[in-house]
Design a protein around this ligand. Sequence first.
Ligand SMILES: Cc1cc2nc3c(=O)[nH]c(=O)nc-3n(C[C@H](O)[C@H](O)[C@H](O)COP(=O)(O)O)c2cc1C
Length: 326
Amino acid sequence: MLKTQYAGLELKNPIIAASSGLTDSVEKIIALEKAGVGAVVLKSLFEEQLASQSEHLLNSSDSDYPEAYDYLQHIVKAHEVEKYLTLIREARQAVSIPVIASINCYDDGSWESFAADLEKAGASAIELNIQKINPTTEYRPGTIGKLHVEILQKVKATVHIPVTVKISRNLSNLVSVVDQLRAAGAAGVVLFNRPWQPDIDIRTRRLVAGHPFSTPAELSDTLRWLGIVSGQVKMTLAASTGVHSPEDLVKVILAGASAAELCSTLYINGEAIVAKMLDFLTGWLKEQGFASLQEAVGALNYKNIPDVAYYERLQFIRQYREAANH
Ligand SMILES: Cc1cc2nc3c(=O)[nH]c(=O)nc-3n(C[C@H](O)[C@H](O)[C@H](O)COP(=O)(O)O)c2cc1C
C-alpha cells in the first residue's frame, strides 16, 4: 500500500533519510533501514570542503613548486572520494533499500568526473544539491537556472543511473527551472534544500550561524511549491524542509510529493518517528478510502483543486484581520 515511485526507483515507502550526518556511516544507514525508511541519501561530498582541505595541506607544506599544488589537491580529492566510494559499496552490501549518493555542487566544476565513480561503486541514484544566490546588482535573469541545467547535463552525460536535483526555494523562476530540469533529463527534483541560516549576535555584533534544524512552520512554503510544481511539471518530486510530524507527511503527499526526505525530525525525535509516520499514513489512507499511496500523491495539487488561490495568494487581508482580532 505504501509503495511509491520516485526518481525512477521503486521505494517500499515514501520516507527517505535526507542527506546529513545521519547518513554518513554504514552503521547509521543499517539503523535507518531497521527503523523502516524506504531509502537513504548519503551525506554530500562538498566541493568547498575538498578545496579547503587541500588548502590546509598545501599551507602546511612549504613547497615552492607550483606543480605541487595541483598534485596535492588531486591526492586530497582522490582520498575523500575514495572514502565516499567505500561508504557507497559497503552500504549497498549492508542494506537492501536504495542508497542515493549526493554531490553538493557549488559550481559546474569537476563533479561530472566523480559521478561515474559513484555509479560504479553502486549508487542507486545521484542527488545534486545546488544552492546559489546572486547577491549583486548585476544579475542576468536566468543565469542561475541555466547553471542548474548545465550541471545536470554534465553529470547525466557520464552516468546511466537516475540523477535528481535538490533545489533552493530562493529561485525566482522556480517552476520554469524545474521544468527545464525535467526537459534536461532529471529523474526527480527535491523541494527544497535548506540554506545555511545567517543570524546576528547583538552583543558581539557578529554574524553567527543560525539554527541548523528546520521548524514545522517552514512546511508551508514546501507545500506551496509542491502543489504548484506537481500540478504542472510531469516529474516525481520529493519534499524536504519542515516535514516533522506524521500529519506533515500526509500533507506533502497530497500536495504532490512522491517521497519525503526527512532530516530535522530524525535528529529531534529519533528514528522512532519513522514507524509512527508510516503507521499514521497507512491508517489515514484506509480511513480516506485510498487503495494505494499513489492515488493520494498530488490529490490536492494545483491541477486538482478548484481554488488555486490557496497556493498563489501571498497576502490575505481577511486572515490578517482575523489574526489582529485575536
Ligand atoms: C546537520 C545537517 C547536515 C546536513 N547536511 C547536508 C548535506 O550534506 N547535503 C545536503 O544536501 N543537505 C544537507 N542537509 C540538509 C538536509 O538534507 C535537509 O534538506 C534540510 O535539513 C531540510 O529538511 P528538514 O526540514 O527535514 O530538516 C543537512 C542538514 C542538517 C541539519
